[in-house]
Design a protein around this ligand. Structure first.
Ligand SMILES: *Cc1c(COP(=O)(O)O)cnc(C)c1O
Length: 386
């Protein structure tokens, strides 16, 4: 199946609803049965058939089928947020007394889950520099059950060699989880390297319109049945049918948006690389990235998130620059139609702030669908403030 067959056709049942081209939104909490026997059958099959919308809803199911297929997975479950998808995936693999090895500097709420929430249930985590596969091997304990990866990871975009780490995991009967949000399902498919669970914040590229918070978890039918019966149904962080419909709408243009964003970002990076105000570029597809070769081996297309460390003397300078953006909006998140800037100085409020993650002079950007020239002109005028 080609990408557009997945996006335009897979999971659509137009003959069932007047051949409408765009699917209806099944805005219902439950589905009725004609007889007691029918109802008995439905509830026995709650993970596959529409019975109650916390389980299966047809609008959501259509989205699940498309996203699973895009990730080369047997099945997927869509959640109310990317964090819900990541938590469900990670929690489904551990019990009290277990141990996790996670890449250092994962997404902030994944880190919270591992450092603050799961320890309450006696699940511990070791964080390792993921750029060296052997660090995962060395961190294995007799009770290690799961490797948590995010490649590239947030803010500084270090990669992990996913296929090599999976080999280590398999040898030790350890499961693997990858947060694949950065790459989108179009640019990297960890399941093809035998990763067990792949999650996305669908708020980002999958939605693409900055109007929906959502997440997806993909894996084998067996794994997803386990998650369905466990975290999905009990914690109940489901997406509404309307938000699922918005994601179906966003998906229709995902390949076009990714292509455009890749081309634009390359132009912006080319402009920035020789700019005197730029100290360092964090972008896996820039030749200065220490894992540039690996990035091009693992990912099949460029994406639009990068971080710039500027030559700046003070937090005030950074604030002046960021306050003068005319096109970039100052906001969290990324992956939408609009260019965004997230200044690290909102956390690093002093020049002396020391953090392994970032310093006051860094800004994380994501490019939207504007012309590269527009974005470059905005950066140009703002950098004059430095
Ligand atoms: C945004 C993000 C998340 C969390 O997703 P939400 O939809 O905001 O809950 C998880 N991982 C990564 C890499 C993200 O960028």
């Amino acid at each position: 199946m080609d990408i557009f067959q997945i996006i335009n056709e897979l999971g659509e049942h137009r003959e069932d609803y007047y051949n409408s081209v765009s699917p209806p939104i099944f805005q219902t909490a439950m589905f009725s049965s004609k007889t007691v026997e029918d109802m008995r059958k439905l509830i026995a099959n709650e993970s596959d058939e529409p019975f109650y919308t916390r389980g299966v809803n047809p609008t959501v199911k259509m989205l699940c089928e498309k996203l699973a297929s895009l990730e080369h997975a047997e099945e997927s479950l869509v959640f109310a947020s990317g964090s819900a998808a990541c938590s469900a995936g990670i929690m489904s693999q551990v019990k009290a007394g277990d141990h996790i090895v996670c890449v250092q500097k994962p997404y902030s709420w994944t880190k919270k889950l591992l450092t603050e929430y799961l320890p309450r249930f006696n699940v511990s985590t070791t964080f390792v520099d993921g750029t060296k596969e052997s660090n995962f091997l060395e961190a294995i304990q007799p009770n290690t059950r799961l490797f948590v990866l995010e490649s590239p990871n947030s803010w500084t975009f270090e990669l992990q060699n996913i296929p090599e780490i999976v080999k280590i995991a398999k040898k030790h009967h350890i499961k693997t989880f990858v947060d694949n949000s950065f790459a989108s399902p179009l640019c990297q498919n960890p399941i093809t390297w035998d990763v067990d669970l792949v999650a996305h914040s669908a708020t980002k590229y999958i939605s693409g319109h900055s109007d929906t918070v959502a997440g997806v978890l993909c894996g084998s039918r067996e794994e997803m049945k386990k998650v369905f019966a466990g975290e999905f149904m009990t914690l109940g962080a489901i997406i509404s049918p309307f938000n699922a419909w918005l994601l179906l709408r966003g998906l229709r243009t995902l390949p076009l948006r990714m292509e455009r964003i890749g081309i634009t970002t390359e132009k912006v990076i080319n402009y920035l690389e020789n700019h005197p105000k730029v100290d360092k570029i964090f972008y896996p597809f820039h030749h200065s990235h220490p894992q540039y070769t690996l990035a091009n081996e693992m990912m099949t297309g460029k994406t639009g998130q990068f971080t710039i460390k500027f030559h700046a003397k003070s937090v005030k300078d950074m604030e002046n620059m960021c306050n003068s953006f005319k096109r970039f909006l100052l906001a969290a998140s990324w992956g939408g139609y609009e260019s965004l800037a997230f200044p690290a100085c909102i956390f690093a409020t002093s020049e002396n702030y020391q953090s392994a993650d970032f310093t006051f002079d860094m800004v994380r950007f994501c490019t939207g669908l504007e012309d590269a020239e527009v974005i470059i002109a905005d950066l140009e005028q703002a950098m004059e403030k430095l």
